[in-house]
Design a protein around this ligand. Structure first.
Ligand SMILES: Cc1ncc(C[n+]2csc(CCOP(=O)(O)OP(=O)(O)O)c2C)c(N)n1
Length: 329
């Protein structure tokens, strides 16, 4: 694990460690349910987060939701929950209901948007949230606000010009932004070795900012790296690139067949490193929770998702007569 300037990793409080596990379990339960709805044809599309929950939740817990600006991407169910979106918010989007808080079902689902939670609306084009975040960090710096901008994206996004332009500008102007790459090894079927000849973290050096690789299956390692990057940003020391090595357990989306580009053995290997049972076992070992309490958290997560689903299913669909409202041109 990486260390702070004092040589000690920055660790979440016991309360935060419980919240970490609770949110990871909630993300897993919600993602599993949405995947099932997609298999049933009741949800049109989903890009599952399973395997990436530790990186998604721990990064947010090291930051200040409500103050900082967040730019998550479509796979970030765990991140969205940690920022403050509810399972109901996410399900209203997944089921394309009129009361979807992100866009009233006018965007694709999982385009997380909330003025209250300081999450600006994203575009569907991969990596475009990166320059958006850099611009928001510039604005925060010009206004003298204490907020930083946190932006997440996949390994494939690092091939886009938006990534390089964003890092370059942020590096030159020492902007308070954290670039958080969830490297799950693939951009759909394209393996990371065909995206990046060197490493992703190493790309930061060319833009004059620190780059760090962490085990994204370990929430404490992620928390430590993001907390240190946040401290740097808040002290005016500028941006950081963090590459969290993760794995997506399921296909890219429900429209993808991952058996065509990766082996069952590879998936099984990464599943054996599933961040949720490993972190739960660690908390039990350290006496933070007992095994029964872990079971209760898992059950409560599934119940919360079922209750939200009942509510979302009962919500009205959009009125087709309004389909062209807000359409430009
Ligand atoms: C500019 C652009 N090109 C292609 C797509 C289609 N597309 C959607 S997701 C994706 C893969 C992105 O991979 P990565 O950034 O590694 O993230 P992951 O989905 O693996 O989490 C692609 C090519 C798109 N949305 N935008």
């Amino acid at each position: 694990m990486s260390t702070s300037v004092l040589g000690q990793p920055l660790t979440p409080s016991v309360e935060q460690q419980r919240a970490l596990l609770r949110l990871m379990l909630l993300a897993r339960a919600l993602d599993e349910r949405i995947w099932m709805l997609a298999q049933q044809g009741r949800v049109a599309i989903t890009g599952p987060c399973q395997g990436q929950e530790a990186a998604q939740v721990a990064s947010v817990l090291a930051l200040r939701p409500g103050l900082d600006l967040f730019f998550p991407y479509y796979r970030d169910v765990g991140m969205a929950l940690a920022i403050g979106f509810t399972p109901l918010d996410i399900l209203l989007g997944a089921l394309e209901k009129a009361s979807d808080p992100c866009s009233g079902a006018r965007q694709m689902p999982y385009h997380y948007t909330s003025a209250l939670l300081r999450v600006p609306t994203p575009s569907t084009s991969v990596a475009t949230q990166i320059p958006h975040a850099v611009g928001a960090a510039l604005a925060a710096k010009m206004r003298g606000e204490p907020a930083l901008a946190f932006v997440s994206f996949g390994d494939g996004a690092t091939s886009k010009a938006d990534f390089h332009e964003g890092l370059n500008f942020a590096g030159i102007h020492r902007l308070p932004v954290i670039f958080f790459c969830e490297n799950n090894g693939y951009a759909i079927s394209v393996p990371a070795r065909l995206q990046v000849a060197g490493g992703i973290a190493e790309r930061a050096a060319g833009y004059g900012l620190p780059g760090e690789r962490v085990d994204g299956m370990d929430p404490l390692a992620v928390y430590d790296a993001v907390a240190r990057a946040a401290a740097r940003a808040r002290q005016g020391e500028g941006p950081t690139l963090i590459e969290a090595r993760v794995y997506r357990f399921l296909p890219h989306t429900n429209a993808d067949d991952d058996r065509r580009y990766r082996t069952a053995e590879e998936v099984a290997h990464w599943r054996s490193r599933d961040p949720i049972p490993r972190f739960a076992a660690r908390l039990v070992e350290q006496g933070v929770l007992d095994a029964a309490a872990v079971e209760v958290l898992a059950r409560e997560a599934r119940q919360a998702v079922e209750a939200a689903l009942r509510q979302a299913e009962a919500a009205p669909d959009p009125n087709p007569a309004t389909a062209r409202r807000h359409v430009y041109g």
